[in-house]
Write a protein that binds this ligand. Sequence first.
Ligand code: PLP
Length: 420
Amino acid sequence: MSSADLFARAQLVIPGGVNSPVRSFGSVGGIPYFVERAEGPYVYDADGRRYIDYVQSYGPGILGHAHPKVVEAVTNAAAAGTTYGAPTEAEVVLAEMVIDRVAGLESVRFVSSGTEATMSAIRLARGATGRDRIVKFAGCYHGHADALLAAGGSGVANQGLSGCDGVTDGAVADTVVAPYNRVPELDDTVAGVIVEPVAANMGLVAPAPGFLEGLRTACDAAGALLVFDEVITGFRLASGGAAEHFDVTPDLWCFGKVIGGGLPVGAFGGRWNVMEHLAPLGGVYQAGTLSGNPLAMAAGRATLELLDEGAHARLADTATRLADGLARAFADAGLASVLPRVGPLLGVFFGPTEPTNFDEAKVLAENGIYPKVFHALLERGVALAPGAYEALFPSLAHDDEVIEATISAAAEAAASVPVA
Ligand SMILES: *Cc1c(COP(=O)(O)O)cnc(C)c1O
């Protein structure tokens, strides 16, 4: 059955035909491709087309799709039972691996999504400090928990929503939204400041020099906890994530995406004197039927094991070549673009200058060029995310040949887009 037929069928039984809004192509127009299978850098759709995939499930696919070692680990785990409701060695092993990689992280709890990780970290920050308010930054996306849906990037921005129906004023009453890249003033009502250390859900916006350090200092002065949402940066920016890359240590970390190797996993963690507030040690309740799921732990372990010494440097190299090549291809076609890059992370904006916050990012994301380039690229076998607020996710499976093919496709695609 074709993607068009599947989408028609899907819309009869699933709201918008999708289980996560950005997949609907709502902000780029057209019909989403339905994926049949994927391998390495490629996804194959229901119409028999192959795409070089820069979505990679929005981050989990750091090794590329269906890495044989990950598939084997998951298969073996499944044969031993898929969930028990009792602890397993696999959870201990993955926790040890995470703590080993992330300096300052002493204790970690697994959940099943990034949303659960941030939601739980916020509850913990409030419980540990006895304070109510949370500061977040406009354009940062921290999943879809009520308290964090104020001024969210990514899917929220792609839908053209400034907030979200169904979220009560009460639920966001203790959420303060500040502009990214400016250190807010904090007082003793603030439990925590949550931040994407590299903002990767408003396109890609790098932290200005001193911003993360400034947050650390401001949190220390106010007695608030600094929460790094490393759902995208974790295990991608460096083995120790953004904390290692920028040498700024938060009080709490949130992980997702890479940590699950393509299975539903999130995690949050921190120092013992914060984590000990969690049940069963302390009074902050948090739980999950499928938390620490054996398949998910196996996929996460296999993925982290495959991220060897040189992996992050290789990824950064790939991202650099991709960014440079795309910038050249777009420029040759007279299309002004900026491709912000931080290590292996990269984004694309069509416009003259690199944005430093959500307001600036919005201007470029909404200028109408991204959907045109997106479709021109898709026609030529290259899949970017169907939304201008998403980052690109080259994987370790994107070799030189794949990057060159992408850049050639981009040159053709850009030439086909009318310059305003
Ligand atoms: C994706 C994302 C989340 C939410 O993770 P889910 O697994 O989709 O719930 C939270 N924070 C950041 C920074 C993300 O990119």
